[in-house]
Design a binder for this molecule. Structure first.
Ligand SMILES: Nc1ncnc2c1ncn2[C@@H]1O[C@H](COP(=O)(O)OP(=O)(O)OP(=O)(O)O)[C@@H](O)[C@H]1O
Ligand SMILES: [Mg+2]
Length: 398
């Protein structure tokens, strides 16, 4: 209070009343533990501005990414745009609050520094994932966009940086498809409609006699990128956005936009989720499970969710990215096999399994990716389980 008074005195002296009010407001809100106009919270490199208790503000995913980062688990650096921005967006004719853009730029610079790469760079490009983040998981509300930041120039940077042309084109064709589906709205709404990208991909595989996506050559993937872009132009009348910053804001806008789509509204009604909660947006540096045989991606429960048995339970795919594990195009391996495929990663994952259970005192449902033998954690949340398993786990954990 004394501090506020002195501040007020000093500022009124300057005849700057609006400034006084602003500063006082700022001081008051800081005393409540949160800077009032803070819309963006960073995480990564063993530190985070948020934590697991901040689910209302950061959403479930963002709060837990922050928590994992601050307890020293390997989490790719990123930032969360708060649920308050979503609420403000809808209260203010779909406009973002003042200052958001600058905060996003600052957070991005922070992430670039940690990851040692630059968003939009043609030599050493940083790629991002944009992930939705309601307080509770809302399946199907908004799909994740991976590999954001690629265009014809940054692609060359990715090829030069990794020396792996096939990998770079694989990221590019995934990105154009995901961006086209999720942000540009080409994903079919009805079950019977055809996804234009899936159709093109299917035709390509048939023509080349490939059974799985991972059998496609760099050349075939390059052709796919062109064909995908042509499909976008044909259906939307616009060129695919090549500017990485435009891509980023497009994806962010689409997460906030998805909060009011029909599916989300129906889901909220069904599960009694208030509209006022809003969703957060997580922007995170990409790590790559599709760079080769020492890479992969997987999902797991720290215990068997059906029986509650204290065994590690999950699956993974070598040389794969994101949704490949659940997409059903290739059959994933049971997590126990990882001990043979990547013994060091497996050992580390077993340790993290223990750390997470001790920390959260709940069975966890996790997502991870391995890039060139290095393990990265992408998500953790309390695992859904059967009533029987819940009882057994509670009993075993005491
Ligand atoms: N930064 C990243 N690097 C590599 N892969 C990522 C990254 N972010 C997300 N992914 C991949 O995308 C998948 C899906 O992302 P995400 O967790 O955002 O959505 P979801 O699992 O479909 O839905 P939910 O909101 O219920 O978690 C992840 O499991 C992960 O494999
Ligand atoms: Mg997930």
């Amino acid at each position: 209070m004394a501090l506020a008074k002195t501040k007020k005195k000093a500022l009124t002296k300057n005849n700057s009343n609006s400034l006084t009010r602003k500063k006082l407001k700022k001081l008051a809100s800081k005393r409540n533990g949160k800077a009032k106009d803070k819309y963006v919270y960073t995480f990564g490199d063993g530190k985070a501005e948020g934590d697991a208790s901040m689910k209302n503000l950061l959403g479930g995913k963002g709060a837990n990414l922050a928590e994992m980062a601050s307890i020293g688990l390997p989490v790719p650096a990123g930032f969360t745009i708060t649920t308050e921005v979503c609420t403000a967006f809808y209260e203010n004719k779909r406009k973002y609050p003042k200052g958001l853009e600058k905060q996003v730029e600052n957070a991005l610079a922070h992430v670039e520094k940690i990851m040692g790469a630059k968003f939009g760079s043609t030599k050493n490009p940083l790629l991002l994932s944009v992930r939705s983040g309601a307080r509770v998981s809302m399946p199907g509300m908004m799909d994740t966009v991976l590999n954001l930041g690629l265009n014809d120039e940054t692609l060359q940077g990715l090829i030069a940086k990794t020396g792996n042309e096939r990998f770079a084109y694989d990221c590019y064709r995934r990105f154009v498809q995901m961006y086209g589906d999720v942000v540009l709205g080409l994903k079919p709404v009805n079950k019977d409609d055809i996804d234009p990208f899936e159709e093109i991909l299917h035709d390509k595989k048939e023509k080349l006699g490939a059974k799985f996506d991972n059998e496609l050559s760099a050349e075939a993937l390059r052709e796919l990128v062109h064909e995908f872009k042509a499909a976008i132009k044909e259906r939307t009348g616009h060129d695919f956005p090549e500017d990485p910053m435009e891509q980023l804001w497009g994806a962010v806008g689409s997460v906030f936009g998805s909060w009011m789509n029909d599916r989300a509204i129906a889901y909220r009604k069904l599960y009694d989720i208030p509209e006022s909660w809003g969703t957060a947006v997580n922007v995170q540096s990409m790590v790559f499970g599709n760079m080769g045989e020492d890479c992969g991606t997987g999902v797991a429960f720290t215990r068997d969710p059906a029986t509650g048995e204290n065994v590690f339970y999950g699956e993974y795919l070598i040389n794969a990215q994101g949704e490949d594990v659940v997409a059903g195009t290739r059959t994933p391996e049971p997590i126990a096999r990882l001990e043979q495929d990547m013994p060091k990663v497996f050992e580390q994952l077993m340790k993290i399994r223990k750390t997470l259970e001790r920390h959260y005192k709940e069975m966890q449902d996790i997502e991870f990716t391995v890039q060139n033998g290095k393990l990265w954690m992408l998500q953790t949340r309390n695992g859904k389980r059967t009533a029987f398993a819940a009882f057994k786990i509670a009993h075993d954990m005491v």
